[in-house]
Ligand binder design. Structure first.
Ligand code: ADP
Ligand code: MG
Length: 421
């Protein structure tokens, strides 16, 4: 393969590599929103630029050509002036360091890109994928043509067919299109994943809300009975007692509603030190009405107090609720659900044990893959979310299950070093 083509292809690799790294370490770990306006993205692009510039082609002495403009234009399109100024400094500094006459041409072209391209930033966000690709390719090809002509002009080399590498225009354009396509797919996948998680949460909420509203009816009917009884009661002592009962029942109804509402709060996506014992108690309480509606008894054997972990409150609740809900649903004819949380020196171990339908080894293997469900109205997303969140909080999950006997979920999280006394 000729030398030019080889170098250009190496450049393409340098552009793609940071994008894959970014996908693996930031996007997959949900450390970035779909707008990609995070410094990590800018740093990846800077690395890409520096690598490209380290492997240029010198068409004529002092003038270096490489694909640095691709990550640069990407930065300007996706991050506006904030990114373009960052990357501008990177390119200029490194180019001056490398030296040669081409420095001035580079300065001129890069300045134009960093001023003009971010003007499209707002508009670019709104257009469709095919237009984005077309636009970015156009910018990339135009800027490469402009650079070549300017270099010839400055170096006073005559423009000859021989001295112009058409590979340069073509590869710059194609790699630009490819990168835009990859970035857009990355954003789209991330968005879909978030939507899925939201959809699963909504589906669980609607399923358990029926049992919760049913559960609220009870205390209200009881307090209604006491209030009605007040009418015919003259004894002051008795009246006070009735009022006490009625208030207590109303309070119970209020608590159920409050707990349910806390579940619907939007996620804040933040890792904090949280008391996991409290969250487990909370989740058990929220699920009690659902368990009751399915004749399942929840037995909390022991939950050790004040176990602090680093995690996200809403997410940990969603995990426990998904697990408890699955266990309850597995006990089709009722049963007992046992819950325990004990800590040892550096971990908290949580056990959720049911005596429901259980799973075959094959079913256990498929657990957590999206859309795997054996239920008529199942979504097959609950366990995927559980695995996902537990992993994110540095936890572990183990499953033991026997068909027809029941299932045992063992979850553990590293405890925070400084425990409150
Ligand atoms: P869904 O509950 O919507 O079916 P999940 O991802 O929560 O989706 O669960 C996937 C499947 O895993 C369930 O359909 C069920 O077959 C199986 N499963 C999960 N938990 C249990 C359990 N405790 N006992 C038996 N099977 C279970
Ligand atoms: Mg489920």
């Amino acid at each position: 393969m000729d030398y030019e083509l080889e170098r250009l292809l190496v450049n393409v690799l340098f552009i793609l590599l940071p994008i894959f790294v970014f996908q693996m370490f930031w996007v997959d770990k949900d450390k970035v929103n779909t707008e990609l306006n995070k410094p990590a993205f800018a740093i990846m692009l800077s690395i890409s630029i520096i690598l490209c510039m380290s492997f240029p082609i010198e068409f004529f002495p002092g003038f270096m050509f490489d694909l640095r403009q691709v990550p640069f234009i990407i930065g300007a399109l996706y991050g506006g002036y904030y990114f373009s100024s960052w990357l501008f400094i990177t390119i200029i500094a490194y180019r001056f360091f490398l030296g040669g006459e081409g420095v001035y041409v580079n300065f001129f072209v890069v300045s134009i890109i960093s001023i003009c391209v971010p003007l499209l930033f707002e508009w670019y966000k709104k257009i469709k994928l095919d237009k984005k690709i077309l636009l970015s390719i156009t910018i990339a090809v135009l800027s490469s043509i402009f650079t070549i002509f300017l270099s010839h002009f400055v170096s006073q080399n005559p423009i000859e067919y021989k001295t112009i590498s058409f590979n340069y225009f073509i590869i710059q354009g194609l790699s630009m299109g490819l990168v835009v396509y990859l970035v857009e797919t990355m954003k789209y996948n991330n968005l879909v994943r978030k939507e899925l998680i939201k959809a699963e949460k909504m589906s669980i909420l609607t399923q358990i809300s029926a049992s919760i509203s049913h559960e609220v009816k009870n205390p209200i009917t009881i307090s209604q009975g006491f209030i009605e009884a007040l009418e015919d009661e003259d004894n002051k002592e008795k009246r006070r007692e009735y009022i006490g009962y009625a208030l207590e029942e109303l309070k119970r109804a209020q608590n159920i509603i409050y707990e349910f509402l806390a579940l619907t709060k939007p996620e804040l996506d933040s890792m904090k030190s949280i008391n996991i014992s409290q969250e487990l108690f909370y989740s058990v309480n929220v699920m009690k009405p659902f368990a009751k509606s399915r004749s399942v008894q929840i037995e909390v054997e022991e939950i050790e107090d004040n176990c602090m972990i680093l995690g996200d409150r809403q997410k940990i609740r969603q995990c426990f609720i998904n697990l408890i809900k699955n266990s309850i649903e597995a006990m089709e004819t009722g049963g007992v659900l046992r819950i325990k949380a004990l800590k040892n020196s550096n971990k908290i171990h949580i056990d959720i044990v049911d005596n429901g339908v259980g799973m075959t080894p094959n079913e256990i293997k498929r657990l957590g893959t999206p859309y795997f469900t054996t239920k008529e109205k199942g979504t097959g997303l609950g366990m995927m979310i559980v695995f996902n969140f537990i992993k994110k909080m540095d936890g572990d999950i183990e499953i033991e299950s026997q068909k027809g006997k029941g299932t045992h979920f063992k979850i553990s999280f590293p405890l925070l070093k400084f425990q409150p006394q």
